[in-house]
Design a protein around this ligand. Structure first.
Ligand code: 3SL
Length: 232
């Protein structure tokens, strides 16, 4: 088993994903919302890159979810808070979702990867267990922010590499340095995150509760898997 880290969807073309599992992560907040949604009973969550792509699903009665720049998209049912996703999910709804970075990373990964699964701190132990049992090569795809590196996704990638190190070969410097960073700050992850750029953005959007929740480990034991374009 080999493990690599891709720090941004803009870098995916540099990776060979064929035959591998892509673990897509967008800790703040898309993949945390997906784990919380599926873990709370959502029927399915369809990730789409563009806002307009939600329309055919909306006509079929899907709940529309998403943000641009962190703010709920006008006319959508909900934004991108895990708490909103949990509330909708408890009604067993199907959701179509588009976000600035997370849904882009998923759709790009799906082009080549053998399997796309969704990772967050909220389901980290289940993801680790699944990856160990699969024995397949892994690329952790960080959603980043508008093509750039992000602290929270890197910390999650580092946490996964840390837990898989004993069974996996670390292939690249991105994986190695993510693990080193995680190990250096894991004693106070939330404290370290206060200086991250997206944490500051979310605090401007009054979403501090979201940040705290998204940094929580193992609230759920589900692993959303992409099947025929939908996370189930
Ligand atoms: O970019 C994304 O996919 C979002 O998760 C960003 S935000 O946390 O909703 O601002």
């Amino acid at each position: 088993m080999r493990i690599e880290v891709c720090h941004s969807p803009e870098l995916i073309h540099l990776f060979d994903l064929s035959g591998k599992i892509a673990v897509v992560t967008d800790i703040l907040r898309a993949t945390s919302c997906m784990v919380a949604g599926i873990g709370s009973g959502a029927e399915q969550i369809v990730p789409v890159a563009q806002k307009e792509e939600v329309n055919p699903y909306k006509e079929k009665g899907f709940v529309t979810a998403g943000e641009r720049g962190g703010e709920k998209i006008e006319g959508f049912d909900i934004g991108n808070s895990p708490f909103e996703h949990m509330e909708i999910a408890q009604k067993g709804k199907s959701v179509v979702m588009t976000t600035t970075n997370g849904t882009v990373a998923i759709t790009k990964s799906a082009v080549e990867a053998k399997q796309v699964i969704i990772g967050a701190f909220l389901n980290i132990s289940s993801v680790v267990q699944y990856l160990k049992e699969s024995g397949k090569d892994i690329v952790i795809v960080c959603s980043g922010w508008k093509g750039m590196f992000s602290m929270e996704d890197t910390l999650f990638a580092g946490a996964l590499v840390d837990r898989l190190e004993s069974v996996a070969e670390i292939v690249d410097d991105a994986a190695l340095s993510s693990m080193s960073l995680y190990r250096a700050v894991s004693g106070d992850l939330l404290g370290y995150m206060q200086n991250a750029s997206h944490a500051k953005r979310l605090s401007g959007l009054k979403a501090v509760k979201d940040l705290e929740y998204c940094m929580t480990k193992d609230e759920f034991d589900v692993i959303p898997v992409l099947k025929d374009g939908a996370l189930v």
